[in-house]
Design a protein around this ligand. Sequence first.
Ligand SMILES: [Zn+2]
Length: 482
Amino acid sequence: MYKEHSNTGFTKLTYSHMQQPDAHVAMRLFEDPERLVKQASDIFECPREELKPGKDHVAVHVVALGDYEHYGQNRNGDAFRKKACEDRHDTFVKSGHVFVQHDNQDPEKALGRPVKSAYDKSMGRIELVLHVHKDKGQDQLHKLASDGTHGFSMACYVPFDSCNVCNTPRRGPSDPNQCEHLRDHLGKVFPDGKVACMQNDYPTWFDISFVHKPADRIAYDLQKIAASGEAASYKLAEAEGIWVPDHILARSYDGYTEKLATLQALGAMEQFYIKTSEARPMGHDFFLWELRKAASVPTQGEVLDQLRNIDIDELMPALAKRGCILSPRDFFRYVLGPDYGEMKSAMPEVLNSIRSGVFSRLLKHASSREAVCKNIYFDVDEGKDRVYASGVDNDLCKKAFVEAENTNSVSTGLVNRRVIETTMTGKPATVVKQAAQHEDLHPAALVYAAYKLSAVQAVIKMANNIDDAVVTAVAAAQNVMA
Ligand SMILES: [Zn+2]
């Protein structure tokens, strides 16, 4: 599906949470037979029988997309004109399948398919009826029934898109011939009132996927780990399958050597802090030892709450530019919520596993090390088309980033300031010598290690006013603080 098209055009994703709020994009179960009849006749203009699923399937109603004339462009900067919606909504039925997380390479993995599509002229929206297999879509249907909704995202192939201001076509985000409106001013309103956004006039929708909300995707994986249970089942073979989706594992990865070098540097510093936890060292070591004070300041809950609105793909580069690396506690509060949600009871064990020297232990454990170094889930792709970040630019987020910099940034000036402040106020900055409680690292500790390797590399690449040695020292110290 995806591959057939990839030689000429490109693929776009439209996330439900990135769409215009007033379009009321949503996904619901068709439970009420009365509503089914009404919807069938009003919107889908067909007899109810045509929408009814067979005994193995469940019908799901989706308000998929709002058109440009009614709602403008979405938060990605993508727009779909009325004509495109009207002419092309049926590609959902002709070419589409229902997947999970856009894992769309193998049709066998489909949970179902769109069976009916319509463009509702009065509302200016595309609506769909999906038939989802009861067993294959068990988890998603359960969430739909209990929460009343589920996050989703649609993939369409486009041969090109074009600028809303000057109509210049573009063959992809890195097209060298794209106009400056799309390249440099996405989202900007020009004097003639036109917004710089991408018009997609020939979309072919081939995938509608159940997805998790921003941080929830990682939380979901972690909760599966927690649910899978006992300490004895920390075997990596199981953990890997749980927390790295197949389609990510399958991608080739050539940054292994750099990741390993970062891991070695962090492992060495981690050991330094563990070894000096009892006796204050002298000379240059004393300088390094003092840096632990910069690693002991927690980020406020409301700041993390604000950051939770931002997708990890956007948060990673935004934090990296500001030199921020989240401590274990802050990372899990970002992912799971202020009180760690369903992982609450497991958190002391997870944090202990990290404190026991997660990096130095990884260096001695070949298969875990390989899994963590090959994990690209948190990697920052600088070349990625990411000009229109979802929440990154709003005022609340800007404020949250300033706060996050104060508590987290590893830029030299802010590190020095935190060291001085911690010293002046006499706040404790204690390194804990934590013995390993299990032979294997907790799978959630591996997730954190993967995050941190990516975050350290991104900061070294993207942040200003940093000293690599200080970055490594503070990042390692974060792991072993009380
Ligand atoms: Zn243009």
